[in-house]
Design a protein around this ligand. Structure first.
Ligand code: NAP
Length: 244
């Protein structure tokens, strides 16, 4: 299937639930064909079915560099040129610094930072050749630092540095790269928090409610559209004022 104007191919990671699922729905609704990738292939397939518009679900562990390379090559060969890359897959393994294990550190750095490098490198090579691209990396308000999240904050701050560097390096190929930093969004990731921490997070939000995945998806849809062609290297908070 060849790409045609108005029907672009978007690769979205961590697409099985939460924010990733909402991003797939938003992109498909405005006409993109989504390759929905998740470590759980069944969830990815369900997301793609629901999104429609010829979207495809695939199983992909973004921490597996060889698998990332294979999926990108396969998508370019069999689906079409990837116009949009959304790095959304993420995990957290929170612990106070003095209790944080090496495993917790490495697991989060692998999925939340190294994987972003793998996908951007693999897709970026093709985008350079196509002379077009929209890269949106999901960071977090925590990139500025958060108690119990030394690993997660380090990874998400790394995503900001990576994104800004990529934006500078690839601008001459008409490729934009931006980071989106959700604040406190109601998903499985946050629903697992102890009740008192959940309430304390809500109290921090000037707009008075937790975000929903669609709040983030709308911003990603804009940044990955042609309307955002003059926006690159930005770090955009979507948190109802969470970081004010
Ligand atoms: P979520 O509900 O936990 O969904 C994350 C998705 O990523 C899940 O489907 C998960 O699959 C998948 N995933 C995990 N590891 C993966 C891997 N190695 N390869 C491929 N897919 C993988 O999380 P979310 O709240 O939607 O978060 C999405 C992104 O937003 C993350 O990058 C997160 O750090 C960021 N974020 C979220 C919030 C928030 O308040 N929710 C705030 C700031 C930033 P399984 O569930 O099957 O493991």
């Amino acid at each position: 299937m060849a790409d045609t104007p108005g029907r672009r191919i978007a690769l979205v990671t961590g697409a099985g639930r939460g924010i990733g699922q909402a991003i797939c729905a938003a992109l498909a609704a405005r006409g993109d064909t989504v390759v929905a990738a998740d470590i759980d292939g069944d969830l990815a397939a369900a997301t793609a079915r629901e999104a429609g518009n010829g979207s495809i679900g695939i199983e992909l562990d973004v921490g597996d560099r060889a698998a990332v390379d294979d999926v990108v090559e396969d998508t370019e060969d069999r689906v079409g040129p990837i116009a949009i890359l959304v790095n959304n897959a993420g995990i957290n393994r929170d612990a106070m610094l003095h209790k944080m294990t090496d495993d917790q550190w490495h697991a989060v750095l692998a999925v939340d930072l190294s994987a972003v490098f793998y996908t951007v490198r693999a897709v970026g090579r093709h985008m350079r050749q196509h002379g077009y691209g929209r890269i949106v990396n999901i960071s977090s308000a925590s990139w500025m630092g958060n108690i119990g999240q030394t690993n997660y904050a380090a990874a998400k701050a790394g995503v900001v540095g990576l994104t800004r560097s990529v934006a500078k390096e690839l601008a001459r190929f008409h490729i934009t790269a931006n980071a989106v930093c959700p604040g406190f969004i109601d998903t499985d990731m946050t629903r697992g928090l102890p009740a008192e921490i959940y309430r304390a997070q809500l109290d921090r939000i000037p707009l008075g409610r937790a975000g929903v995945p669609q709040d983030v998806a709308e911003v990603v849809a804009f940044l990955s559209s042609d309307s955002a062609e003059y926006v690159t290297g930005e770090v955009i908070a979507v948190g109802g004022g969470y970081t004010l």
